[in-house]
Each structure stands twice: as structure tokens, then as C-alpha cells.
Design a protein around this ligand. Structure first.
Ligand SMILES: Nc1ncnc2c1ncn2[C@@H]1O[C@H](COP(=O)(O)OP(=O)(O)OP(=O)(O)O)[C@@H](O)[C@H]1O
Ligand SMILES: [Mg+2]
Length: 264
């Protein structure tokens, strides 16, 4: 029997949004959003363009600042906390300690163009985690093997195909050994013949690690195979949530049905 304290740690969600508000000018994109993601969950976010999917991931990378509510990572307040009944911003240092547990891969690969593939991967482990170079290189070489790019170790990003660049971006995110991985349409900018390799790498990571994943994708087959929960967003709200089998075969909400008819 785990002690109550250990049981607590197991039950603490990886991510919790509590009443999160995000506005861009007078456009309220998220209006008191609540949801939790359990540790090891693979959650796919679906929904029409502009429904707030990317905004949620960007909040989790602190690339956007929320206007209300709280976000917790592993039970710890992230960007803001309550002091009495006041919502106060946490320091950049406190945020950084939480952020390093979160990795993100975007549609655009955003590799550092002036660095080699290897240098791209070892940069953050050395400078953010303070790893010795040899340890970071070891890890990077292992990850390059995992994504099938050991022979591109010393290449520059511009010498790689889009699919190869994206696999480097995935390796770079994994190098930080994140607890949470955010994937935003990572195959959308790729030529169709390069999509399968990238999805294969992600499937492999999903099968061999217990990283919590938040996935935004138009690849519904991939979502169906990899995720255990699907959240359907519309207008910054979750309008339906279910396991992938249910949502893709018998969604209840009319707007979900309409959306899936359009994308499937
Ligand atoms: N930097 C920004 N400045 C102003 N408005 C923004 C900004 N980023 C997002 N928005 C607005 O926030 C809303 C949600 O955008 P978001 O990018 O989260 O949608 P999405 O669900 O990811 O859409 P898509 O499927 O097209 O990627 C949209 O109305 C968008 O115009
Ligand atoms: Mg988006």
C-alpha cells in the first residue's frame, strides 16, 4: 500500500487549468477554462480554427500570459498563485523551474539555424539544466538514434528535409527529459510523404515513455491510436470530451459531429 503522501503524488494531475482567462484586446479567447490532465495521459485537443487550442499550449510554455485563473503543473502553481484572495504573478525564476518540465514542438520547427543538429539538441540541457557537455552529447546521440538521424549529427538544419528537421525538434524537446510534451500540429507543414516518419517517432515516444502529452493534430487516425482522451473545443470551451473511440465513432454534440464530418 502506498502511503497517503505517495498516493497524493500519484493522484496530483500533471496539468490543471482552474478558471483560466485569456484575452487578446477585447477578444476573450478563454473564459474561465477548467480542465485537468492526469499524469501519463495522452490528450488530443480538437476543434475549429480559432477555438483556442494553440493558446492553451502557449500558456503552458509561458509564451502567453493569462489574464485570470490559475494553472498548476504537478500540483504547483505555475505563472500565478493566490496570496490570500489576491492573484499574484510568480517570479520568472519560479516559472522557469516549472517550465523546464514542459517541452513543446510546433508546426514550424524553429531550430537554431546557425547550429548543427547536435548543438541544437545539447544547447538547453547544458545551459538550462547545467549538464556537463559529455552527458548532454551522450543523451543527444541516443535521441538521434531514436529519431533515425544519427548520420545527420553534424549537419545544419538547412541541409535537412522538413520531416528531418521536425524529428530533430522532437529530439531537442526530449533532451530536456520533460514530464509534459506539447505538440501543436507538428506535421501540418510537412509534405505528405514525410508525415509518417514524424508520427512514427511520436508513436514510439508514446509507447516507450510515460510522458504526459497534449496533442493538437489534424491526423485523426494518429489521435485515435495514441491518445486516451479527446477534448473537443469550441469558442475556448470544452464542449465534449471522451475516449477517442467514442468521440470518433459516436460523438454526442452536434458541433463535434459537424466538425468531424468536415475533417475526416
Ligand atoms: N497573438 C495574438 N494576438 C491576437 N489574437 C490572437 C493571438 N493569438 C491568438 N489570437 C486569437 O485567439 C483565438 C484563438 O486562437 P488559437 O491560435 O488559440 O486557435 P487554434 O484553436 O489554435 O486555431 P487553429 O486551429 O487555426 O490553429 C483566435 O481568435 C485568434 O485570432
Ligand atoms: Mg492553432
Amino acid at each position: 500500500m502506498p502511503s497517503p503522501a505517495t498516493q497524493d503524488a500519484v493522484d496530483t494531475p500533471a496539468i490543471e487549468f482552474r478558471g483560466v482567462v485569456k484575452q487578446f484586446g477585447d477578444n476573450t479567447v478563454l473564459d474561465g477554462l477548467d480542465f485537468t490532465v492526469a499524469k501519463g495521459d495522452r490528450v488530443t485537443l480538437i476543434g475549429p480554427s480559432g477555438s483556442g487550442k494553440t493558446t492553451i499550449l502557449r500558456l503552458l510554455m509561458t509564451l502567453e500570459e493569462s489574464d485570470g485563473g490559475l494553472i498548476f503543473v504537478d500540483g504547483e502553481p505555475y505563472t500565478h498563485e493566490m496570496r490570500g484572495d489576491k492573484r499574484v504573478a510568480r517570479s520568472e525564476k519560479q516559472r522557469g523551474l516549472v517550465r523546464r518540465r514542459v517541452g513543446m514542438v510546433f508546426q514550424q520547427f524553429n531550430l537554431f539555424p546557425n547550429m548543427t543538429v547536435l548543438e541544437n539538441i545539447i544547447e538547453a540541457p547544458i545551459h538550462v539544466l547545467g549538464w556537463p557537455k559529455a552527458k548532454a552529447v551522450d543523451k543527444a546521440e541516443h535521441l538521434l538514434e531514436l529519431v533515425g538521424l544519427s548520420d545527420k549529427r553534424d549537419a545544419r538544419p538547412t541541409q535537412l528535409s522538413g520531416g528531418q528537421q521536425q524529428r530533430v525538434a522532437i529530439a531537442r524537446a526530449c533532451a530536456m527529459e520533460p514530464d509534459i510534451m506539447l505538440l501543436d500540429e507538428v506535421t501540418s507543414a510537412l509534405d505528405p510523404e514525410l508525415v509518417a516518419d514524424v508520427l512514427g517517432v511520436l508513436r514510439n515516444i508514446a509507447e516507450t515513455t510515460d510522458i504526459t502529452m497534449l496533442i493538437v493534430t489534424h491526423e485523426m487516425q494518429f489521435a485515435r491510436e495514441v491518445s486516451n482522451r479527446v477534448l473537443m473545443f469550441d469558442g475556448g470551451k470544452i464542449i465534449e470530451e471522451a475516449d477517442p473511440e467514442t468521440i470518433f465513432t459516436s460523438p454526442e454534440n452536434e458541433r463535434t459531429q459537424e466538425f468531424l464530418r468536415a475533417v475526416l
